[in-house]
Design a protein around this ligand. Structure first.
Ligand code: URA
Length: 437
């Protein structure tokens, strides 16, 4: 087989065989196929697409380019959730302990922030001492002992995806549904999950801007997972405004802690109950989503989810005193609340601009490996549909210097669109996609 023939076949719109895809994936991972040929192949896939069978084969070969964890000695069913990335998404902090306290092990590999969207690993690192770099044996040991573990992506899992992803990032080939779906699913398959809930974000602050694109991606990922014997459901959720009120690493940890104490913003709490509920339902712990949500709501109310959270964070080295006294989490030196200068309703929020503002405050990075400031960010006091009178608080900015603070305040004011007429708060959950039986 020759790489050039495989590229030409895809360029001409023909479907590749599993053997041809395997040859290409393994050849690229081993350094035998150069970047220029892999780039041409990615572009051919982006332009000509893949059949579902090709996307499934590509996922399988990427997953098997490294270790594929078998966690069945720990539990018959290990669950995972994956978010495609958004603004204010701290769902893992609540959902992982919430599900684990029902005896369903959650083993999760998470990522750092990418572009304007935050990452769970950065948020976890705002807790003093928390260890995000676990080896595969440590990951398995933590899962066996505590039924919950969240770690950074290991280099041993789906290494071909790591190489392809970095290449796609600089060759304008990220935006291909089969390439995105295979990239996400190969990591989930390699990390040993039996049941996977995909949280596919839709809107201005997400990768997928329209519900049609998001649904196509979700259906493809569900199909790939199903083809590999995994139980998969996808939730399409709104990302035209931040999830919850807080955006920024330590501020989001505080909001997650409040939610685990049975408080927190209503939209975020409901999103956690739906994601966690689908995980329980997929794993057969509840007959349907409503029953699962009721079970989880009880665990928030009786403190069991909080106890599991404390067990998890401290087992991975996190400082208990910061969980018990969240005010001791990193705190920015400049904090200012901006009030509304007009009356009316918030009609729209530019979620992407909000995410970029947090990155520019120092809470995210545009370059891989750059340091971040865990303390900075924004807490919103009003969201789409809120009715405001003059002088009512709009948002609070947490910054590490006064110039950045003022800049953020101006940008955030511009990121809001107003209406004199009442505006309905948009639904957060747009659609749930289950595997076809
Ligand atoms: N996230 C991934 O892991 N891969 C992609 O291709 C896009 C988003």
């Amino acid at each position: 087989m020759r790489a050039v023939d495989i590229i030409a076949k895809k360029r001409d719109g023909q479907a590749l065989t599993s053997e041809e895809i395997k040859f290409f994936v393994n050849g690229y991972a081993a350094g035998e196929i150069p970047d220029y040929q892999a780039s041409a192949w990615c572009m051919a896939v982006l332009l000509k697409g893949m059949t579902d069978a090709e996307a499934t084969a590509y996922t399988l070969h990427m997953a098997h380019s490294g270790d594929v964890l078998d966690l069945h000695h720990i539990a018959p069913c290990v669950v995972d959730k994956h978010s495609t990335g958004g603004i204010g998404d701290k769902t893992t902090f609540v959902v992982a302990p919430l599900v684990a306290c029902h005896g369903l092990p959650v083993g999760k590999m998470s990522g750092r922030g990418l572009g304007f969207s935050g990452g769970t690993i950065d948020k976890l690192e705002s807790i003093r001492g928390f260890n995000v770099s676990l080896t595969t044996p440590e990951f398995m040991d933590m899962l066996a002992k505590h039924g919950i573990v969240v770690s950074g992506q290991s280099a041993d899992l789906a290494p071909a995806d790591g190489k392809f992803y970095a290449l796609r990032d600089v060759t304008a080939t990220v935006e291909s549904l089969p390439l995105i779906a295979a990239s996400i699913m190969s990591k989930k398959i390699a990390s040993g999950a039996d049941a996977i809930v995909l949280d596919v974000k839709v809107g201005k602050g997400a990768f997928m801007h329209t519900i049609e694109e998001a649904e196509a991606l979700a259906r493809l990922m569900v199909k790939i997972g199903q083809g590999m014997g995994r139980k998969v459901s996808a939730i399409l959720s709104d990302m035209n405004q931040p999830l919850g009120d807080a955006v920024g690493n330590a501020l989001e940890v505080k909001e997650a802690i409040a939610t685990l104490h049975n408080g927190g913003p209503a939209d975020f709490r409901e999103h956690c109950l739906i994601c966690g509920g689908k995980m329980l339902e997929l794993a057969g712990k509840a007959a349907n989503l409503e029953e699962a949500k009721a079970m989880l709501a009880k665990s928030l109310a009786d403190g069991q989810a909080w106890q599991k959270f404390v067990e998890w964070i401290t087992a991975q080295g996190g400082d208990l005193s910061q969980l018990e006294q969240p005010e001791t989490l990193p705190k920015a030196p400049h904090i200012e609340t901006v009030s509304s200068q007009r009356g009316g309703y918030i009609k729209a929020m530019d979620a992407a601009e909000i995410g970029k503002t947090v990155v520019d405050l120092g809470g995210g990075r545009y370059k891989k490996g750059a340091p971040i400031d865990y303390s900075v960010g924004i807490v919103f006091h009003a969201k789409i549909g809120s009715r405001l009178t003059v002088g009512a608080p709009l948002f609070t900015v947490h910054a590490n210097n006064s110039v950045k603070l003022q800049d953020a305040c101006v940008r955030l004011m511009d990121a809001l669109t107003w209406s004199f007429d009442p505006v309905a708060a948009p639904p957060h959950t747009l659609k749930i996609i289950n595997a076809e039986s």
